[in-house]
Design a binder for this molecule. Structure first.
Ligand SMILES: [Zn+2]
Ligand SMILES: [Zn+2]
Length: 217
């Protein structure tokens, strides 16, 4: 990575990797998946000395979006993503969160739905949007070809893949999304997942037990 810099802030009881990502040339930033624990996210923004322009959401699960509405209100920035197919999740964030014992999560309405082939920008950085359903119907991945960087939400993890037992989940569809959209990005692409350590496409292609035998295009 050269122009892109980031800080990962694990948030919520699910230790979800909220990422404050910025363009080093302009110090303009995006907060990806502000699931909760806003004070820690705001501390990371202050430490980085960046200006947040946008909030991006990879998908509609509580641990990724629970604090998005409040952060939007505080920063007065638009929310982009996920894909519209996760609308049913975003409309029930508060009640789903309560079932997990999280009391301050709010429903959220994006300012811009994203679809496969869309582009989103922060500073001088441009990311392609890849629609990768399976973990949730509206899951998307943000990919910056120049920086060789993908932010994948809960589609792919180091050594694992997203769970598919939640509403709208589909295991076969998830494997197809990974095989068709993620593995072709290139072995050198760094992957920031929604939970756990960072990895690379090449490492997962070689060693992820869920992907053995998957098409590698
Ligand atoms: Zn999820
Ligand atoms: Zn998650």
């Amino acid at each position: 990575m050269t122009k892109a810099k980031g800080i990962i802030v694990p948030v919520t009881p699910f230790q979800q990797n909220c990422t404050v990502l910025w363009c080093e040339a302009t110090k303009r930033a995006v907060v990806i998946d502000p699931g909760g624990d806003l004070p820690e996210i705001e501390r990371a923004i202050a430490d980085a000395k960046v200006t947040v322009d946008k909030i991006w959401l990879t998908h509609g699960h509580v641990d990724h979006v629970g604090a998005a509405a409040e952060l939007k209100a505080r920063l007065k920035v638009p929310i982009e993503g996920p894909h519209r197919a996760d609308l049913f999740l975003l409309q029930h964030v508060a009640e789903t969160a309560r079932a997990y014992g999280i009391l301050n999560a709010a429903n959220v309405t994006p300012d811009r739905w994203l679809d496969d082939g869309d582009q989103v920008e922060v500073g001088e950085l441009s990311f392609d949007v890849l629609h990768c359903p399976g973990h949730s119907p509206g899951s998307i991945v943000f990919f910056n070809a120049a920086e060789r960087l993908a932010i994948v939400g809960d589609v792919l993890f180091a050594g694992s893949i997203g769970r598919t037992d939640l509403p709208g989940g589909d295991h076969r569809q998830l494997l197809t999304s990974i095989a068709d959209k993620l593995l072709p990005l290139g072995d050198d692409v760094a992957v920031i997942s929604g939970h756990g350590p960072a990895t690379t496409i090449g490492r997962e292609k070689a060693g992820n037990p869920f992907l053995q035998g998957a098409a590698t295009a």
